[in-house]
Design a protein around this ligand. Sequence first.
Ligand code: FPP
Length: 257
Amino acid sequence: MSKEDPYSDSQLASMGLDRATLPKHVAIIMDGNGRWAQKRGLPRIEGHRRGVTSVRNIVEEASRLGLQQVTLYAFSSENWKRPRRELTLLMHLLRQYLVEERREIQRQGLRFRVIGNLAGLDPMIQQEIQTTETLSAQNSGMTLCLAVNYGARQEITDAVRQIVNAALQGQIKVDSITEETIASHLTTAGMPDPDMVIRTASEFRVSNFLLWQISYAELWVSDKHWPEFREEDFRTALRDYRKRDRRFGGLNPGASG
Ligand code: FPP
């Protein structure tokens, strides 16, 4: 069995996991790169660079575990407020990742997707995204989704605009607008909602990430900074998820009075 093969049921059991209780979709807010670097007297960008290693590690682990999707918050629409030098380096890292990871994405059979305001990105990055999305579109493995230049309020605003326009043109009846109508106009249309959101670096915020989609997600916060977050931490999160009691607003079977 090679290092990259999917885990068998008995391997999962030895990790305290089982297939039936794994989340389908995990969304991750990768926080603490800067603090990780600063604590070590390194420039912040070293934290981001090291963060890419965590990305590789967690994506591979999620794929071996058999998850359907992992969505990573790589760059928020608010991140443009950072110093120009950090922005340049972050965009460079992103481009490098898109190019270097293509082969690995194909090897693991991942479907690659990006959500966010892509038109606001450098055309070269848009091109790299498009190339990887197209190349991996027919793969049958886990979906790896990056949120880049993403903000949930903007995403919802754009969806409202599209729906209102369709209504004004008589393509949609106002009374027939449902939650599904809204979901199908978001950039995540067709993707399952995240079952779990992991955030690193001890921050208890959702920071404008997938606000519609995470309505019923379980939140899990790690005190590790993203550059030190590895597969063992991910498995710990999944073991905790297994113990959560997801009621979606209802009651447990058998509960009464
Ligand atoms: C938060 O750390 C992290 C980010 C703003 C970017 C995340 C980016 C990466 C992990 C690298 C690029 C990703 C890919 C997929 C190529 P922070 O800088 O806000 O940390 P701080 O709160 O400690 O300052």
